[in-house]
Design a protein around this ligand. Structure first.
Ligand SMILES: [Zn+2]
Length: 461
């Protein structure tokens, strides 16, 4: 009898574990099936299946970017619009992992819990998805990027609505190039560089170093320095693009003095620099509307002094995505608190899935004090008014900005960056642009930002 009990105990435990597993699976199936079904590993979605009767994707002005007709997926009639919106809308495949047609395929294609994807055709009624982007602004940014690789993000820093999310290179989803996977022109074409790529941020990172200083001691705003064009830190020189002479922090932002911010990083030390970088989105990623962005990197734990000094001007191994740069600019515009972007405006009909909550200002995300934000805003405003020229961005909008020209480890030309925001109450936009190997933030990235902001002002006002 005792033997039987000893043996029956493991059997009982196994049986319980089995039923617990079944219950766990069923609960997960009910909760997650509509998400699982649209994942790239679902072989049933490897071609256009699921899109034959799918709902429309519609931009903020009611322009149809994708729809299904006679069992076929059709994209906007304008080729430039199709290319400009590819990374947001997607194509028939699921290669672009952050696209609406990949992330929301089950909603678009009327996935049904009882029938799965095998729902009878006569019962299929996919949901329409309204997205926040403006296809006119998409086109303007896409054309300004031209045949260069890069990305442009513009979003409303009050509501979180993404107005522009362009990545190049792109391709026409209705006429997919035969050499897409072999021609260097299309290198990384499936990647939405705005959210899934990261680059050295270069001088745009001086805003992070400045924030680290001001958060620790607001008086550092008045820290003065004599720039002679270079300074020796550790065993090597940190060189500037120009000799700035006698400057304070505001002028160091204006002339983008490397020596000033390299010395400032050394003065602050690794812990304070790392803490501020992490408050401003580094060593983490963002999630919104099903999109998970690439992780931004700031790690100086094994840097020597010279390397650490370079990290203060956004070099060394510092890496940042365009979307993060736009988010931290939104925090400067918003008294220190960023607004998380959003792409999905609404999903028609009886949508029962879980949407990301409406973006809101959350103190938990605060990146800096409102005093620090105000000072950085003044410095970026001063830089545009006295160095870049506001008319190089817009004739109508009041722009605050910082450019960056980030050296790359290979022999290629530097990446060109610009980030900033508008001060206009009726058109509150945060933005970031990167042009790979553009060689200059001012000459390569500013014209792209200008094209997008000008189109956004025309469209939103
Ligand atoms: Zn300098």
């Amino acid at each position: 009898m005792r033997h039987t009990r000893t043996r029956s105990f493991p059997v009982l435990m196994l049986t319980l574990a089995f039923f617990a597993g079944i219950i766990y699976f069923i609960v997960n199936l009910v909760i997650n099936s509509s998400v699982w079904v649209s994942k790239p590993y679902n072989g049933h979605l490897s071609d256009s299946s699921g899109l034959e009767y799918a709902g429309k994707i519609i931009d903020r002005n009611g322009i149809i970017l994708a729809k299904s007709e006679d069992g076929k997926r059709i994209y906007n009639e304008d080729e430039i619009t199709r290319c400009a919106c590819l990374h947001v809308v997607g194509d028939d495949s699921v290669n672009i992992s952050t696209a609406v047609q990949t992330l929301y395929r089950s909603e678009l294609s009327a996935y049904d819990f009882s029938f799965g994807l095998g729902i009878p055709n006569e019962m299929k009624e996919g949901k329409d998805i309204h997205i926040t982007i403006d296809s006119n602004v998409q086109r303007a940014a896409y054309e300004a990027l031209g045949d260069r690789k890069g990305a442009c993000v513009v979003y409303n820093y009050k509501t979180g609505e993404i107005i522009c999310l362009v990545s190049t290179p792109s391709y026409d989803p209705m006429d997919i190039p035969k050499d897409l996977d072999t021609n260097d022109v299309y290198e990384g074409a499936y990647i939405n560089r705005a959210v899934s790529a990261s680059y050295p941020p270069g001088s745009t990172f001086k805003l992070v170093t400045a924030a680290a200083a001001l958060e620790n001691d607001p008086e550092l705003e008045h820290l003065e320095y004599d720039c002679t064009g270079s300074t020796k830190i550790g065993d090597k020189d940190i060189n500037c693009f120009e000799i700035s002479g006698h400057i304070d922090m505001k002028d160091a932002i204006k002339t983008s003095c490397n020596a000033y911010f390299a010395e400032l990083a050394i003065l602050l030390g690794r812990d304070k620099m790392t803490a501020q970088a992490e408050r401003m989105g580094f060593n983490k990623s963002w999630k919104f509307d099903g999109i998970e962005t690439i992780t931004n990197t700031y790690n100086v734990s094994s840097a020597n002094d010279n390397n650490f000094a370079w990290s203060g001007v956004g070099q060394y191994t510092v890496l940042e995505s365009p979307i993060n740069m736009a988010i931290r600019s939104s925090a400067i515009a918003n008294d220190g608190v960023p607004v998380i972007p959003k792409l999905i405006q609404s999903i028609d009909k009886t949508f029962s899935g879980s949407l990301a909550p409406v973006p809101e200002r959350s103190e938990a995300n605060r990146m800096m004090s409102s005093e620090t934000a105000e000072k950085l805003k003044e410095m970026m405003d001063y830089t545009v008014k006295n160095y870049y020229g506001n008319d190089n961005f817009s004739d109508e909008l009041d722009v605050c900005a910082k450019t960056g020209t980030a050296e790359v480890s290979d022999d290629g030309l530097s990446h060109g960056w610009v980030t900033g925001f508008t001060k206009d109450e009726d058109c509150p936009l945060a933005f970031a642009v990167v042009v790979e190997h553009g060689n200059s933030g001012f000459y390569a990235a500013v014209p792209v930002a200008s094209a997008a902001l000008t189109a956004a002002a025309a469209s939103l006002r």
